[in-house]
Ligand binder design. Structure first.
Ligand code: LLP
Length: 418
């Protein structure tokens, strides 16, 4: 089900025409659907049935506090990778005790903040980090609850930039070292072993990489149990893919069932945590942009739009495909093939190559599937202000982030003295 559909030739977010949002808020602008976020979260939640589970939404996918707040209201936990993300979760009414802290380079001060707030688990990525967590917890006079993020060396069969679970990646503790790492953790006074975590990559469109890595993780859980080290939670990471371009990823039910079958096979009944980001946010938003000019070269037609790679980096960084749709279906009735390009002074500032569109200068386009890793990866390159973000809730429109102001661009900068 999509919450971005045409009604009488006008593309809507739920029951609001996107044209109306562009007139009120301007472009470029991210538009989200509340029902989309909530439906995706609930679909995953329901797929677990009675099986004990937690959903730790990966904040990095879309970290607007309105989004986090909606998910917190549903009972979501959160997967964070920085102090900034934890502060967002807390500002949005999330519960620190329902947070797992991932990331390869947690600083001392970030650990102090997170452990001080009582996060559920520090997902540790190296033995050096374990020693640091012990020091910080000792200084705070508390016991820190931890998991190791292990690296099962499984190929997620996705884009190399978003593969994380292979031996050549910087992420996680290699399987060969994990057993000893847990023994070390069990011996430290301010550490309590809570779980085991694993995240192998993103935009995964098959169940087999998940099942394969689960199998490897469960074998380690059993080995640890024999040694008296009890794992209390399996955190199986995020990674479930979505339809950007006709991909057919497993459904939430197929994905969850694959995991439940995996644990059943081993007679294990531990609670399962997952860290979905893209599945919840990806198709819950679009980027609304206006065509500034058309340009026709000998070999190419360009639709030059007011959103660029600074607003939506995915196409330039990963050759990612996003569908691009005309907001109004009724332009000239004549389609042409365009490269949809942005204003940034880089040849790679292309939102989409070879798109068949019926569009004119002044028309609006919607770049689809832009709810995840889109605003959250936006920047100010070319001294461009970051776009506004809007949440549609049925027939209501809420601005959940104002467009940045020109003054914001030089905040914190200063001239040298005379
Ligand atoms: N857990 C951990 C430890 C992660 O590193 C990630 C994503 C997730 C969960 C959520 O994964 P998801 O369910 O969203 O696939 N910027 C890239 C994606 C980077 C993903 C980074 N880690 C993109 O735009 O495709």
């Amino acid at each position: 089900m999509s919450f971005f559909e045409y009604q009488n030739g006008h593309l809507h977010a739920e029951n609001i025409p996107l044209q109306k949002i562009a007139s009120a808020v301007g472009t470029p602008c991210y538009v989200y659907s509340r029902a989309a976020f909530e439906t995706q979260w609930r679909t995953l939640d329901t797929a677990f049935g009675d099986y004990p589970h937690s959903i730790f939404y990966a904040v990095k996918a879309n970290s607007n506090i309105a989004v986090l707040n909606l998910l917190a209201r549903l009972g979501s936990g959160f997967d964070i990778v920085s102090e900034g993300e934890l502060r967002r979760v807390l500002a949005a009414g999330g519960d620190a005790n329902n947070v797992v802290f991932s990331g390869v380079a947690k600083s001392k001060s970030e650990l102090e903040f997170a452990i001080g707030k009582g996060v559920r688990s520090i997902n540790i990525e190296s033995v050096a980090e374990l020693e640091r967590v012990q020091q910080v917890a000792e200084k705070l006079g508390v016991v820190a609850s931890i998991a190791f993020r292990v690296n099962p060396d499984v190929d997620p069969e996705t884009h190399p930039y978003i593969s994380t679970g292979m031996d050549k990646a910087k992420f996680g503790v290699p399987m060969g070292a994990a057993y000893d790492a847990y023994q070390r953790a069990a011996a430290l006074p301010n550490i309590q072993v809570h779980g085991i975590a694993c995240h192998i990559g993103s935009q995964i469109t098959k169940t087999s990489p998940f099942s394969d890595s689960l199998e490897i993780v469960l074998n380690l859980v059993k080995r640890l149990a024999n040694k008296g080290i009890e794992i209390k939670q399996l955190d199986l990471g995020g990674g479930l893919g979505i339809d950007y371009q006709g991909e057919v990823p497993p459904s939430a039910q197929e994905y969850v069932t694959a995991m439940l079958n995996g644990v059943k096979k081993h007679g294990i009944t531990l609670p399962i945590g997952i860290e979905p980001g893209r599945y919840i946010a990806g198709n819950s938003g679009v980027l609304l942009t206006k065509v500034e000019y058309l340009k026709h070269n000998e070999s190419k037609n360009f639709a030059i739009v007011d959103a660029g790679m600074n607003d939506l980096l995915r196409p330039s960084l990963y050759q990612a495909f996003h569908r691009i749709s005309a907001v109004e279906k009724n332009s000239t009735g004549e389609k042409m093939v365009f490269d949809v390009v942005g204003p940034v002074c880089e040849s790679s500032d292309v939102l989409g190559y070879d798109r068949e569109l019926d569009t004119q200068a002044g028309d609006l386009l919607a770049v689809m599937s832009a709810g995840a890793y889109s605003f959250s990866m936006a920047g100010n390159y070319n001294s461009r202000v970051r776009p506004a973000e809007v949440m549609v809730d049925d027939d209501k429109v809420h601005i959940i982030r104002q467009r940045e102001e020109q003054e914001d661009l030089i905040r914190g900068e200063s001239l040298l003295p005379e």
